[in-house]
Design a protein. Structure first.
Length: 332
């Protein structure tokens, strides 16, 4: 049965697609689009002798990725213009950081919201500056607003009234109710300056953040993109002592288990070079969840998806708080 491993194989070994038939191409392209990895795939396959119809699809994906890159950089510039007068540290996260830094992880990457990290005591000033510059609240409901401000790792999301682009302002990388407690101060103190006034996380912290987002803060929906980020980052920054530094940072943030599992999954699906690691029994369920697509890009393995959905809520908050939250949301 076809699943998303057709995509992971193509990304890990582009030459493998040269033997594809029409059904293989349909599966690969539809799964890549569903997993928001079409642009990344298009760049990985660039230059190969492919069927004309496939070349056209991939050329469109590259064009879309390049337009997204331009939009992401412009949105970061607009945010910087609003926040520069505050003279506070502002760190770009995820895809925006990758493209701003020219990292391989940003090549073809589809970028949605602009994610930034600031110090928690700067949140009020940052919020006021963004509101004054044209951003507005996406969640006006008082319960949602209060929930974000008390328990989440970010402000309620904001969207610009003219550009219709969203920004997420983080003060750490996991909800405050999550079991791991990352060291937000250490994330900011180890930041790496970029030329445009922003900073990015240190390479090791970027991988820990991707692992946290994949395994400690969600149901693994769209998780192959996070895993591909990890593969690209590891390959770009791997040198003598890198994995030891990565382990040290992961332990500092209380995310050693999640980071080690993310590396094992990345090695299993993308052949990511990592130190020798024992395969864990539970990894098979994570691999099955991450690759749960059919040959038309549709979702499969519904019971497994449900299991990880329940797990994601269990990770985010204690049982009594979860029950109250779900009750309030159900009533609304």
């Amino acid at each position: 049965m076809t699943d998303a491993r057709v995509l992971t194989r193509a990304l890990a070994d582009p030459q493998s697609v040269l033997a594809f038939d029409a059904a293989d191409w349909t599966a690969l392209l539809t799964i890549a689009k569903a997993e928001r990895l079409a642009g990344s795939l298009a760049y990985r396959l660039d230059g190969l002798a492919l069927p004309l119809e496939v070349q056209r699809v991939l050329a469109g994906a590259r064009a879309n990725a390049e337009a997204g890159r331009t939009h992401a950089l412009w949105e970061a510039e607009m945010a910087w213009r609003a926040l520069a007068p505050l003279a506070v540290p502002v760190v770009l996260l995820k895809g925006s950081a990758f493209v701003a830094a020219g990292l391989d992880a940003g090549r073809g990457r589809l970028i949605g919201d602009l994610d930034i990290l600031v110090q928690r005591h700067d949140l009020a000033a940052v919020e006021s500056a963004l509101l004054a510059a044209g951003w507005e609240w996406v969640k006006p409901d008082p319960y949602d607003d209060a929930y974000y401000r008390r328990w989440m790792h970010e402000l309620p999301p904001l969207i610009h009234r003219e550009r219709d682009r969203m920004i997420d302002v983080h003060h750490t990388i996991l909800p405050l109710t999550a079991r791991p407690i990352p060291d937000a101060g250490a994330l900011l103190s180890a930041r790496v300056a970029l030329n445009d006034g922003f900073s990015m996380l240190a390479p090791e912290d970027m991988i820990v953040h991707a692992a946290a987002h994949l395994l400690a803060d969600g149901d693994l929906a769209g998780g192959l993109r996070n895993l591909w980020d990890i593969d690209r980052l590891v390959r770009e920054f791997d040198d003598d002592g890198f994995h030891e530094r990565l382990q040290t940072r992961a332990m500092l943030h209380g995310l050693d288990r999640e980071t080690r599992r993310a590396l094992r999954l990345s090695a299993a699906l993308f052949d990511t070079p990592i130190p020798q690691s024992d395969v864990r029994f539970g990894d098979r369920f994570y691999r099955a969840r991450l690759t749960a697509r059919d040959g038309w890009g549709g979702e499969t393995r519904p019971w497994l998806r449900l299991m990880f959905y329940v797990r994601s809520h269990w990770l985010r908050m204690p049982p009594l708080m979860l029950a109250r939250h779900l009750w309030v949301k159900w009533r609304r």
